[in-house]
Design a protein around this ligand. Structure first.
Ligand code: EPZ
Length: 416
């Protein structure tokens, strides 16, 4: 099992390129199920989750040709509308095939995604919405069995904001008979990127990016070409890595447009940020100021940046309160950060972080994707060496992370 060895080193400086967004690419790959014609994608990140999704789609009969960040998918011959437990248990986002399979094939058998480290992660809203569109759905032996001769447009209001729930229902509605209105829809930029891709395939969608999305079903979608948006969470992660080291970095092939909440907090922490058309530059002070935050659906502070910001608060000046409102168990990184000497108290969904002068390197364990990133950020400044175990979590969501960190001057290497 690979580990990552970090040595506290110089401040991060220099420039790297940001990859395509994992959480946009995953639903967009599933959109290929909606059309018999090829979908040509560019700027697809090379990540384990992306490879897993491609294997799942190939199992269903989608022909896929991948050349680096360029991926062409041909959904002409869908022979097997099934997502097996083996595939789904390693990647919950496999639930995103449910809506498209129902819309295109009239049936689907998808394993219920298990929970994961950060929470139970139910999919009741996905099922409720598809049932409102006329699908007959039963859950037996851990599988979702769904049938619908043709989905009908419906008005759906989800009980809470759900990103993949919104994406599943939006994709299903593209081929439904009539108009579907999704209220309380997720406004995340990745939902908008998916909608833009679907519209380029001939879907009729309005309101993506707001909390009411309208989709007029059409008989068929055609092929298209789409470039995946940059990864705002990867961008935020490297901004935090630079900030904790007092660094000066420039991130290319990305946009600040979707990171207002994160950039505001980094500026509150004392960073100087310059925004260019397709790049962001951050210059950090020798020591950051502690910054409190509360996670919430877009455009508020993203839950996927909570762990990374906790890491920079560990050595900032002052006390910060971090409130996690999206997932019930997204503080798995706290105990690991405390092994490095952090001073954190958890009180319900609040974590009180008291900045310390310095952290001490130690062996720590990654528990989930973004928790792994927070351990790397802390390990960049922890005195001595930090060894991070179970970094397969990292490889799910960060492309060539040790290479990009090394480009910025970090002393990091992968050890088995
Ligand atoms: C997406 O997960 C992202 N994953 C997550 O990123 C992200 O943390 C999350 O949205 C929130 O922004 C992808 O896009 C592939 P939700 P998703 O449905 O869609 C509850 C990462 O690190 N809920 O918006 O699964 C749920 O339990 C990952 O890249 C229900 O109760 O999240 C949670 O408390 C981690 N029933 C809340 O809603 C449902 O049917 C928001 O979940 C659906 C959700």
């Amino acid at each position: 099992m690979d580990k990552l060895l970090l040595k506290s080193g110089p401040r991060l400086t220099g420039e790297i390129a940001i990859s395509g967004a994992k959480n946009a690419a995953l639903p967009i790959l599933c959109a290929a199920l909606l059309s018999p014609e090829p979908l040509r994608l560019t700027n697809v990140p090379r990540l384990n989750d992306i490879a897993t999704m491609q294997r799942l789609l190939r199992d269903m009969g989608v022909a896929i040709a991948a050349d680096g960040a360029d991926v062409t998918l041909d959904g002409n011959d869908l022979s097997n509308p099934v997502a097996s437990y083996e595939r789904v248990k390693t990647m919950r986002a496999a639930i995103l095939v449910l809506g498209p399979l129902l819309a295109r094939c009239g049936e689907a058998r998808v394993s219920l995604p298990g929970g994961c480290a950060i929470g139970a992660r139910p999919v009741d809203q996905h099922i409720k919405g598809l049932q409102a569109m006329g699908a007959e759905i039963t859950v037996e032996q851990g599988y979702i069995h769904a049938k619908a001769s043709r989905l009908k447009g419906a008005r759906i209001c989800t009980d809470m904001v759900t990103v993949t729930g919104t994406e599943n229902l939006m994709m299903a509605a593209c081929l439904a008979d009539g108009e579907t209105i999704i209220e309380n829809a997720a406004r995340e930029p990745e939902v908008v990127d998916l909608a833009n891709c679907l519209v380029s395939m001939g879907a009729r969608i309005s309101g993506a990016g707001t909390d009411v999305i309208r989709i007029h079903g059409v008989a068929r979608l055609h092929g298209a070409t789409h470039s995946v948006m940059p990864d705002r969470i990867e961008t935020g992660t490297y901004l935090c890595a630079a900030a904790i080291t007092g660094g000066d970095v420039r991130l290319r092939k990305t946009s600040a447009a979707y990171l207002d909440a994160v950039i505001d907090k980094l500026m509150d922490a004392g960073c100087d940020i310059t925004i260019e058309r397709d790049a962001i530059r951050l210059k950090a002070p020798p020591r950051l100021k502690a910054v409190s935050l509360r996670t919430a659906p877009y455009p508020a502070f993203p839950t996927d940046m909570q762990a990374q910001f906790m890491a920079i608060n560990c050595v900032a000046e002052g006390v910060a309160t971090i409130r996690e409102t999206i997932f019930e168990n997204r503080f798995m990184h706290v105990n690991e950060l405390m092994r490095l000497g952090a001073n954190i108290q958890i009180e319900g969904s609040n974590a009180i972080v008291r900045g310390v002068e310095r952290l001490e390197g130690a062996t720590v364990m990654a528990t989930d994707l973004r928790a792994s990133a927070s351990l790397i950020i802390a390990g960049l400044v922890a005195e001595g060496e930090t060894l991070i175990d179970r970094i397969y979590h990292l490889d799910r969501g960060y492309e060539r992370i040790e290479e990009k960190l090394a480009q910025l001057g970090a002393e990091v290497r992968r050890v088995s």
